[in-house]
Design a protein around this ligand. Structure first.
Ligand SMILES: [Zn+2]
Ligand SMILES: [Zn+2]
Length: 109
């Protein structure tokens, strides 16, 4: 879901949300692990893998043809955290973006 789609949603009650407000809300949702930001297509998507749990490593399959995105189980966040700790890093979020073509686009040729 693109940020501007969310803005339209937030505006359903007649009160148009201002973009900066929506982005702050999305950042908050991301911190809670309820949404992920996919930087390469400048979009936020609701988390599909967890029922509002903690922050987790997210992995996305992204179709470069039609833009369809699909969340799949990411790598174990604990493994990433351990490797990061060895390097002196504290990881805030992990998002893997795998680009290619979806089944429908591959069938279409
Ligand atoms: Zn997720
Ligand atoms: Zn596609």
């Amino acid at each position: 879901m693109k940020a501007y789609d969310l803005i339209a949603r937030f505006g359903e009650d007649g009160q148009a949300a201002k973009p900066p407000t929506v982005y702050r809300a999305l950042e908050f949702l991301e911190k809670l692990g309820l949404a992920h930001r996919i930087a390469s297509i400048s979009a936020y998507v609701a988390c599909a893998e967890h029922d509002g749990g903690s922050a987790h490593a997210a992995a996305f399959l992204i179709c470069d043809c039609c833009g369809a995105t699909r969340e799949i189980s990411g790598p174990d966040q604990g493994v990433i955290d351990a490797a990061a700790a060895d390097a002196g890093y504290a990881i805030a979020r992990t998002t893997i973006e795998a680009h290619g073509r979806c089944g429908a686009c591959r069938e279409a040729g």
